[in-house]
Design a protein around this ligand. Sequence first.
Ligand SMILES: Cc1ncc(COP(=O)(O)O)c(C=O)c1O
Length: 393
Amino acid sequence: MKSKTLQHSHSFPANLEKVNPFRVMTVMHRAAELERQGRQIVHMEVGEPDFSTAKPIVDAAKEALDNGLTQYTAAAGIDELRDCLVQHYLDWYQVELSRERILITPGASGGLVLLANLLLSAGDGILLSDPAYPCVRNFIHLMSAEPQLIPVGLEQNFQPDLQQLNRHKRSNTKGLWLASPSNPTGTIIERERLEQACDWARRERLHVLVDEIYQGLHYVDDMPSVLEIDQSCCVVNSFSKYFGMTGWRLGWIVVPEAFAEKANILAQNLYISAPSIAQYAALAAFTDDAREIFEQRRVAFLERRDYMAVALKELGFRLSDNIQGAFYIYANISRFSQDSEQFCADLLENYGVAITPGSDFGDYQSNLFVRIAFTTSMENLHLGIERLRTALA
Ligand SMILES: Cc1ncc(COP(=O)(O)O)c(C=O)c1O
C-alpha cells in the first residue's frame, strides 16, 4: 500500500521553477559514462583549473588539522585571512580597505547568495549581461527579483556599453551586476568602460556588483578591480580559480562600510562560517612559494589560450581577438551548425570531445555559441583540435 505522504503532490515554490540545471553537468555525466565504456574523452567543458592545489596550501591545511583548528570561525572569517586580503588589495590594486569590509565566504557562490540577500527585494530588477555565469540569474530569481538581460555580442567583446545600459534600464532597476573577466567569454571590462559604467550607475542611483573571481588569471597588463574606481561597489571573489582551490569552497566579498554589519548577520545565519581548515590553508596562498606556483600556472594558461585561439580560428570558429582572462573561449559555430546543443552532443558521442553549449549561459545567440575551456594539458588540447578537425572536415 502506498503511504499517505507519497500520494500528496508537492508543488515547489514558483521561483524554483525558474532555476535551470547546468547543461555542462549533463555533458560531464555523459562523458563519464562514455569513459566507463572505454572511450577516451578530451575534456574542454570543465570550469576549473586542472592543476591540484599548490603544495604550500595543502601543507598548511595538514598543519591546521594536526593543530585541531576544526571549529567554526567568526562568521566573517579569521582575521589573519582578512588581513592577508587587505594586503592583497594594497599590493595588486593600491586600494586601501578596512578588514571590516571583507567577509570570507563558502566560495564565491556563498558570497553571491549573501549579496543577493543583502541587496535585493522582491520585484527589483538587476541588469546583467547575456551570456553570463548562469547561477547569478538564478540567485536573482530566488529572491523574487528580476534579471534584466543585456544581450552582448562578439562585436563588442561581450561586454555591455553605455547605450545598452540606458536602453535596458527599467523603472524597477536597482542594480548592475557585471563580471570581469567573464565566464563564459574570457573578456574583461576595460578601465575606461568600467569608469563609465560606475558613473552611470551613480547617476541612476543603482548599486554595482562586480564578480572578479577570475582576476589573477588575466593576460593583459591593466586588470582593474572596480574598487579602484568606486569604493561604494560590492565585489565577489574566490580562492577557486587563480588560487586553485575549487573544492575547498572558499571565497570572499567586499562590501561598503555601511553594509558590513548586515552582511555579518547574514553570514551568521546563512552558513555560520566558511570552512575553517580551508581558511587556515588559504593563509599560505599569500606566501612567495605559492605565488610562484600560481604565476607558473597563469603562464601555462596563457600558452594554452594562444594555441587554442589560433587553432580554433583556423578550423573556422569565430571568436574574440581579445581573450583577456579566465580559461574560456566563447566561440561562434555558425559555419558548422545553428544548434549548439546538437553540435556539442555530436562532438561528444562521435568524436570524444566535450565542450559546453551556449545555452548554459543565456538566451542571446546561445544556439550559435559554445564554451571551450582550456583547463586541460597542452597534449589533450592538441588531441582535441585534431578531433575537431576530423569532425568538421
Ligand atoms: C563567474 C563565476 N562566479 C562565481 C563562480 C562560483 O565559484 P566558487 O563558488 O567556486 O568560488 C564561478 C564558478 O565557476 C564563476 O565562473
